[in-house]
Design a protein around this ligand. Structure first.
Ligand SMILES: Nc1ncnc2c1ncn2[C@@H]1O[C@H](COP(=O)(O)OP(=O)(O)O)[C@@H](O)[C@H]1O
Ligand SMILES: [Mg+2]
Length: 358
């Protein structure tokens, strides 16, 4: 894999820095989203005047910059405003009341959570937050198992601005009335980028990630067009990364259309699978990895069988591999050790939604 060449100090690598191709990388400037960022910021403004803020519900399809725009804003807030506590939580990982509360304790640096119930811990959080003002971002908020936490937060935290992010506008329609009436969220839609914008974003990432001049213009155009057609910047980042790897594996000094074509095949394999019935099975396995405390692939397979999974170990392994290719899971291979080689499976650090399977 090309990426390791960097670590070995190999001058030949096509990559200058692979990090900007990761999905959770936050660029210095978020192009084309200033208006949306300003609207979210406006909801926080009253906090500076010792009042409570507004709540905003950000919605739009996957891969259109919802997460990155809001996280970028939080980062600025953190740098500029001492009195406001910025908190970002992805509900895909923290999907229960208790997990959310534990995460808040963690972010607030409160360590004594052991053996404490959620009520007690919420009390601690409340005391800490009510001394200041807080901006709470709940990303993929539709993944929450219930809305108890939202209710409690709305009721008991005084100076706050909540930013809820979801791919589904309908989520708010189905919210329980007692929450809706307290939330009174402004709706803010993020639409898919047009072609020029898509190209602009990907070009910038190309500049950061690759050695100047290694990309063939036509090759880049194919990648950018694909991302535009799918309406998902992630697809473009994925194709660029894979094409770069494929080019390096073939010891090419440039990334050409042949490399991009191969990378697109990989992308398509993944996008096509999302449509057939295998999607449910794939989702099931992903959920299982998320929920299980096991990380060894063999143990995960046992849990999979206990939960009613019927595929063979080989098929199971293949699905894990596919999830890794799509950036949903990280697979780590440990050589040696007491039990010989071990494969560990973890949920990827970069945040991902299940939408790509639909
Ligand atoms: N305006 C932008 N400028 C730079 N990068 C962007 C922009 N919009 C999206 N991206 C990148 O595209 C990818 C998907 O964006 P993300 O915010 O995760 O999408 P969403 O939350 O809408 O699914 C991320 O890697 C992000 O950095
Ligand atoms: Mg997101």
């Amino acid at each position: 894999m090309g990426l390791f060449k960097n670590f070995l100090g190999n001058e030949e690598s096509l990559f200058r820095d692979p990090i900007p191709l990761e999905f959770d990388y936050i660029p210095k400037i978020i192009k084309y989203r200033e208006a949306q960022q300003q609207q979210v910021a406006l909801g926080m403004k009253p906090l500076l005047q010792q009042r409570t803020g507004k709540n905003v519900l950000v919605h739009g399809p996957p891969g259109v910059g919802k997460t990155v725009a809001v996280r970028h804003l939080l980062r600025e807030l953190e740098e500029e405003q001492e009195g406001i506590i910025p908190i970002y939580i992805n509900c895909w990982q923290k999907n229960t009341n208790f997990k959310l509360i534990l995460e808040l304790c963690d972010q607030l640096d409160y360590k004594f959570t052991h053996n404490k119930r959620s009520e007690e811990l919420f009390g601690v959080i409340k005391d800490m937050l009510n001394k200041k003002a807080v901006v709470l971002v709940l990303d993929e908020v539709d993944k929450l198992e219930n809305t108890d936490f939202l209710y409690q937060f709305l009721e008991e935290i005084y100076r706050k601005s909540m930013v809820l992010i979801t791919n589904y506008k309908e989520w708010i329609v189905n919210l329980d009335a007692r929450i809706k009436s307290r939330l009174l969220a402004e709706l803010l839609e993020f639409q898919a980028y047009n072609k020029v914008e898509t190209r602009g974003i990907l070009e910038e990432r190309m500049m950061y990630a690759f050695v100047p001049g290694v990309w063939n213009g036509d090759a880049f155009e194919i990648a950018a067009t694909k991302a535009y057609e799918l309406g998902d910047i992630r697809a473009g980042l994925y194709v660029m990364r894979e094409a770069g790897n494929i080019a390096e594996e073939g010891a090419s000094r440039t990334v050409d259309t042949t490399h991009v074509d191969k990378a697109m095949e990989k992308l398509n394999q993944f996008y096509i699978k999302k449509k057939d019935e295998l999607a449910d099975e794939t989702k099931f396995i992903l959920e299982l990895v998320k929920k299980s405390s096991e990380t060894k692939i063999g143990d995960l397979f046992k849990v999979y069988q206990q939960e009613g999974g019927a595929s063979s170990y080989k098929t199971f392994q293949r699905t894990i591999k596919k999830l890794e290719t799509g950036g949903f899971l990280t697979v780590i291979k440990l050589a040696g050790g007491q039990e010989g080689n071990t494969t560990l499976v973890k949920v990827a650090r970069s945040e991902k939604t299940l939408d790509q399977f639909k």
